[in-house]
Design a protein around this ligand. Structure first.
Ligand SMILES: Cc1cc2nc3c(=O)[nH]c(=O)nc-3n(C[C@H](O)[C@H](O)[C@H](O)COP(=O)(O)O)c2cc1C
Length: 320
């Protein structure tokens, strides 16, 4: 798959997830077979760029692969400024967030709320595309609510104003994360535009990936929640799409190696206090199918120190 000048290793993309797709997670997913990983959204409000939260989100130290940075906001000038700032900071793709239904984001009329205002969408897209030399991509939902599935209209606006690929989450804003994603609008959008279309929503297995690709005729797939605690899902899907065969799940030793490396990287990025706290949620995801009575996670969540977390994980894998 091609986005502007970049040829991706494959057409599987890690969905931007605030609080999840930080540099350690993006790097891990890339190594486990994702063709591209999009950063957590960054606010277009310059007043927050120097907070430690934003600084961590903007961290690309040693990041290999294509650095795709997502920005969120509703003011065309501020969005342009944020895009230029992130380009200077190393972004090689700027992704505009029009998919996030979070109240915090929508209160400021950004994210998927923007889909209600096609004229404003056009202004934002124009302004961001003009502000940078790197490709600009867009992430939307299928519409504002089930009566206003204007995904096709937004897709056309995106294409004619220079957006280089479009990811669509198969839900409306009003659907939040409820029900099942539906792929009809994505399939329709694919008929109307010729830039790459990326289907997103509820893709959690190799079979589902194949089904969605075939149904929508999309050029690529974006995967979010199914990769939490399971970053190897990318190589599993990639293998299945290429060969029609299943790749064996990682054995215990490999999972241990992946998890320990992930946790160490989180400690390094976030430091001695925040690092162990952020590691807890990832460890919870990795172990949710094994630690069924949550006894280990209860113990693990009470640990404050990074080194003690590593010791506890090592013991867990030795004795399980
Ligand atoms: C914890 C979490 C954080 C998210 N943060 C963002 C975000 O920052 N930007 C965005 O465009 N979408 C965000 N999303 C939406 C995902 O990118 C994706 O569209 C959605 O989860 C559906 O894909 P999935 O079913 O594969 O998870 C977030 C989703 C989750 C679960």
């Amino acid at each position: 798959m091609q986005i502007g000048p970049y040829t991706l290793d494959n057409n599987l993309i890690v969905a931007p997830m605030a609080g999840v797709t930080d540099r350690p997670f993006r790097q891990l997913c890339r190594r486990m077979g994702a063709g591209l990983a999009v950063s957590e959204m960054l606010s277009s409000n310059p007043q927050v760029w120097k907070t430690s939260k934003s600084m961590n989100r903007m961290d690309h130290l040693g990041e290999t692969g294509i650095r795709a940075v997502q920005i969120a906001g509703a003011d065309p000038d501020l969005m342009a400024e944020a895009a230029a700032y992130n380009e200077k900071n190393g972004a090689q793709i700027i992704d505009i967030n029009m998919g996030c239904p979070a109240k915090k984001v929508n209160k400021k009329m950004a994210g998927s709320a923007l889909m209600q205002y096609p004229d404003l969408v056009e202004q934002i897209v124009k302004s961001v595309v003009k502000a940078v030399n790197v490709p600009v991509t867009l992430k939307t939902r299928t519409g504002w609510n089930t009566d206003n599935r204007n995904g096709v209209e937004i897709a056309k606006i995106a294409e004619r104003n220079g957006i280089q690929s479009l990811a669509i989450h198969g839900r409306t804003r009003a659907c939040m994360y409820k029900g099942h994603a539906e792929y009809d609008i994505i399939r329709e959008i694919k008929d109307y535009i010729s830039i790459p279309v990326i289907a997103n929503g509820d893709i959690d297995s190799p079979e589902k990936a194949k089904e969605v690709l075939e149904y929508t005729n999309a050029d690529g797939l974006m995967i979010g929640r199914a990769a939490q605690g399971r970053p190897w899902i990318f190589r599993e899907i990639d293998h299945y799409l290429r060969t029609g065969e299943y790749l064996a799940a990682p054995d215990k030793e490999e999972v241990r190696g992946i998890l320990l490396e992930h946790v160490i990287n989180l400690h390094q990025l976030y430091g001695e206090v925040l690092g162990p706290r952020i590691a807890r949620k990832h460890v919870g995801w990795y172990l949710q199918d094994q630690d069924t009575d949550k006894s280990f996670r209860k113990l693990f969540n009470a640990i404050e120190s990074g080194n003690e977390q590593l010791d506890a994980l090592n013991k867990y894998f030795e004795f399980e």
